[in-house]
Write a new protein. Structure first.
Length: 289
């Protein structure tokens, strides 16, 4: 008799939970069938039980473990497909799956084109030369006209200033000739200060005269209402004052040069301006050329 049989006989009177009183269930039948192909599970459990102690609690625990293992084994057998139970029958299916996997790996795949992310273009820092402000071009120096008609350069520059002021006013050429001829007679085309008016000497001048308070290119007198000393010492202002008075004379353009100049200047020598007409004409032509 085996040790496990003795344990079964000892607990046979316990009723439905014992093996001798129960009718074998399908689960138990599955366990018994599975045990036929392998060593007895109860024999293995019996070997684990200490033969000296053989306590009923440990035997009951061993029996419960046997039942649980049997149920799990039966359920596993029922859930497995036929090809898992029979290795020979499952071989064609495994072979077919392996061929499908090899075929799918051997298929040509379309190349994956990665769209590169455009890199951020760094902002170019302005070069030092670009940030520098362009230097303003120097104004061209006024063209110096060579003296004509026996004048020196200072006289020629003063004649040019008279012509320039007259052109700003838009006067005709004849008025320019009358103005230059008058300045030749009054100041010899030099910008005069006055010894009587020390103030006049504070402004650019080329000579000093003593004819009352007469100043400038046209020897105009502040006391006669021609303007302030500082204004009359300016060639442009003095010229515009003379031409404005000339344009107020009715029919001035039909008068002889000396008569037109005398009508403005009211000189003690009314015929003196005529001698400068040809030189004044040559100077104006040279400047306007």
């Amino acid at each position: 008799m085996r040790d496990d049989d003795t344990i079964d006989d000892q607990y046979a009177h316990e009723g439905p939970t014992g093996r001798s009183d129960d009718t074998p269930s399908p689960v138990q039948v599955g366990v018994l069938r599975g045990s036929e192909a392998a060593p007895s599970l109860r024999t293995r459990l019996g070997a684990l039980v200490n033969p000296l102690t053989r306590r009923p609690s440990r035997v009951a625990l061993a029996s419960g473990v046997v039942c649980c293992l049997g149920v799990a084994a039966f359920a596993g057998v029922q859930a497995l497909p036929a090809d898992r139970l029979d290795p020979v029958a499952a071989q064609p299916a495994l072979t077919e799956r392996a061929q499908e996997g090899a075929a799918s790996r051997g298929q040509a795949r379309p190349p994956v084109t990665a769209t590169p992310t455009p890199a951020a273009t760094p902002t170019a820092s302005p070069s030092p030369t670009a940030t520098k402000k362009a230097k303003p071009k120097p104004k061209p120096k006024p063209k110096r006209i060579a003296p004509v008609a026996g004048l020196d350069q200072a006289q020629m520059d003063n004649a040019k200033a008279i012509v320039k002021a007259g052109r700003k006013m838009g006067v005709p050429r004849q008025a320019l000739i009358i103005a230059v001829a008058t300045a030749m007679q009054e100041s010899n085309l030099y910008n005069y200060a006055s010894g009587v008016l020390p103030e006049s000497q504070n402004y650019p001048h080329q000579a000093i005269g003593w004819d009352h308070d007469s100043v400038g290119l046209f020897q105009q007198r502040p006391s006669s209402g021609w303007g302030e000393v500082r204004d009359l010492m300016d060639p442009e202002y003095a010229t515009q004052a003379f031409l404005s008075a000339l344009l107020e004379i009715p029919g001035w353009q039909y008068l002889a040069l000396t008569d037109a100049a005398q009508a403005v200047q009211v000189s003690a020598f009314p015929w003196a301006y005529a001698q400068h007409e040809w030189r004044a004409t040559e100077v104006v032509e040279a400047i306007l050329a």
